[in-house]
Design a protein around this ligand. Sequence first.
Ligand SMILES: [Fe+2]
Length: 438
Amino acid sequence: MERADPTRLQSARYTSEAWAALERERLWSRVWQIACTEDCVPEPGDHWLYEIGDLSIVVVRGEDATIRAFQNACPHRGNALVRGHGRGLDRIRCAYHHWCFGLDGRLQSISPQGDAAKKTEPPRTARDPGIGLIDVRVDVWGGFVFVNPDPGAEPLERWLETLPAELAWVEMARYGCDRFMTVELDCNWKVAIDAFIETYHLHAVHPQMLAIADDVHTPITLYDKHSKFVQPYGVPSPRRGGDVDDQELWESFAANLGHRMGIPFADQMAPGPAPAVPEGKTMRDVLIGRIRDHLATLGPLYADLDDHHVIDDFHYHVFPNAIFNVFAGWYGLIRTRPGATPETCSLDMWNFDLRREDAVDAHPRPDEVVLPREEWPALGPVLMQDLELLGQVQKGLRQPGLEEVRLTPAESRIGRMHTVLDRFLDPPADLRLPGPRD
Ligand SMILES: [Fe+2]
């Protein structure tokens, strides 16, 4: 029987090479993870390269329009076949010896081998009609292409538990993403996940959010592997002690989520005087009305949505490395990928907007933008506050006297992630979660 989720974690889980090696060997090669969106490979011949740690996976749309994925390695001598994203391939040709593979991964041709081949037996593998690229499992949910290198993995549908049913109202595939941002961070990939799956740090790191979001009454749901919180928006935090007036709430909501009401970016920092609040109503009601009006301009999809779903935040951690921050009309995806050392990672931030049904450019192919440190402020103050913190967290975790860190109940989603990590990693005793029996 599995133990209760931990309230203490060894800091080595975030810093040690031994732990990172376990993740390489037993985690990334065995879990479903988001490689890209369907919009990244809209046409036959389009391909997208998903790289996480040592893993390099090519997602390809075949001539039959099917999306497939392969390990980025030539079965001849192991050369990585693809260097980046691209379009219009009619086959995959290895640059090393020009062995060619169809978009379905099957070997098409082997280039002639010259005189030496006449004197020696050709390699058996070259004559094997079954030879081809190494398949990676692929499945799609919500417009996202998930991959899993483990051929024996459970189906994606089961992996996602109740999330597809819970999020069915969103119709995520109706959204589009023009571009996503990647930043390189000096922290472990889990340090970045941790900071986005609890609201406990809001009052310390993002005090400006306390005017518009309740960080205290944020119910948490733990699933078998994943987790959720639902955060009320359009109401001040109880930490503010009732001192937030309608003007501050209006300005803060416009500054942080003005796009949800259709306020142009240029006006979000100075939205003008707060709209009048009718008798018996609250500013939250007014905001809900504004969001409804904006959503209605995009189509009838959310015409019957209740107020709670119109304004509040439905925030999911999809084990291990994806976070969906879902609001009606807009959602964010955050994904982290381990870097070359346990103390570096890449953080990918995707923004998805609900597109009008009749919009011609509803589903652009997203651009990937790697944002240098000096351009981080373009991400906005809230993300800046998080990103500037993460390296400091990693630095603290590295201190030799800090053997463990502690989780409060408000951070239980982090505990659940580590419980599930132990299931996959089966770590040695010194790295296993401390529990009552230790
Ligand atoms: Fe944060």
